[in-house]
Design a binder for this molecule. Structure first.
Ligand code: BDP
Length: 331
């Protein structure tokens, strides 16, 4: 079940309280627990991957370092958890690149429409120099980029009709994550974009505030959006990955051995997360299709063409050029 997300005020108020207990540094310094946030439900691959890191840390430090994961948006929207982490009120957050696009421009490239050709292409890029550059970029803003996880590809789903070509999106309101790229992309494809937090999409579909949204198989299923939106069209327009971020304040308060251990364990969690992802994505696909959701292929070329101006506008930017060249080289 979807929990209603905390209001911004609740989050900031709560954060102030947490901040007081953290005034001298990381949680780990006081009770051994690092706190981590995720908007996904218990059992989602990102939630499980962070739990896995916690278990490894616990074993390898004899219980000195552990992680407590607050899932299902208990600590608020993704953007809010990023702020809490920057200020050191939260130790770790896992968010999608879409939630980082506006405040952290280097994250934009990986969220662009049709910038990757496949999951393998995206994995090669995030594992290489391109991923490293993006992760390092967070340091200027008081965050440590621990890992990039992946999230498959995103496709459009809605309550009204099958989408075959971009013009079928016309007149329909689609929820997009709070990212200018997603807004521009949905508009370029002909939809009416409505930015909303992930936790509000289910009720927005039910009340017809929106006609649809877009996401990957696993999120479509675990959020139960598929119970309301019965048309899923395979646009695969974005492979926007996931970021695992740590508060720089927490990281700096660790001993240098612990810093190395945390960074290495987070890197090791990537293949673990991917094995969970591949299995759960397939399970989600089967659950959705067995429920009778109408699934259709689209005119891929027409979607590429309609989204191309958004891609071109971003890759022309000098700060994104180097990463774009790495993406093309790995294609
Ligand atoms: C999911 C991401 C999650 C985002 C969500 C969204 O895993 O982090 O919050 O999409 O669309 O795929 O907001």
């Amino acid at each position: 079940m979807i929990r209603s997300p905390l209001s911004r005020r609740d989050v900031l108020f709560g954060a102030a309280g947490m901040g007081l207990t953290l005034a001298t540094g990381a949680h780990a310094a006081t009770d051994g627990f690092l706190t981590a946030a995720d908007v996904h439900v218990n059992g989602y691959p990102t939630v499980e991957a962070v739990r896995w890191i916690g278990k490894q840390l616990e074993e390898r430090t004899g219980g000195r370092l552990r992680i407590r994961v607050y899932f299902a948006g208990q600590l608020g929207r993704e953007g809010d958890t990023v702020d809490l982490t920057r200020f050191g009120a939260l130790d770790i957050t896992r968010v999608n690149f879409a939630a980082l696009n506006n405040p952290f421009p280097l994250t934009q490239l990986f969220a662009l429409p049709y910038v990757f050709d496949s999951v393998d292409h995206m994995r090669r890029v995030v594992d290489g120099e391109g991923g490293r550059l993006v992760l390092e970029g967070f340091e200027q803003r008081n965050l440590i980029g621990l890992a990039i996880y992946d999230a498959g590809s995103r496709s459009f789903y809605n309550v009204r009709r099958a989408i075959h070509e971009p013009q079928d999106l016309q007149g329909l309101k689609f929820r997009v994550p709070p990212s200018d790229i997603f807004l521009e992309m949905a508009a370029a494809l002909g939809a009416e974009p409505t930015p909303l937090p992930f936790g509000e999409v289910y009720s927005a579909l039910q009340t017809h505030l929106i006609d649809g949204a877009e996401n990957n198989w696993r999120s479509f299923q675990s959020s139960r959006h598929f119970e309301v939106a019965r048309y899923l069209s395979r646009t695969e327009h974005s492979y926007s990955p996931e970021a695992l971020l740590m508060s720089r304040r927490t990281f700096d308060a660790l001993s240098s051995d612990d810093r190395e251990l945390v960074a290495a364990t987070a890197r090791e969690s990537v293949p673990y997360m991917r094995s969970l992802w591949d299995r759960m994505e397939e399970e989600a696909r089967q659950i959705v299709l067995a429920s009778g959701v109408h699934f259709n292929e689209v005119d891929r070329d027409a979607f590429h063409k309609a989204a191309a101006p958004v891609l071109e506008q971003y890759v022309a930017r000098t700060d994104l050029r180097q990463i774009y060249e790495l993406v093309r080289a790995a294609a």
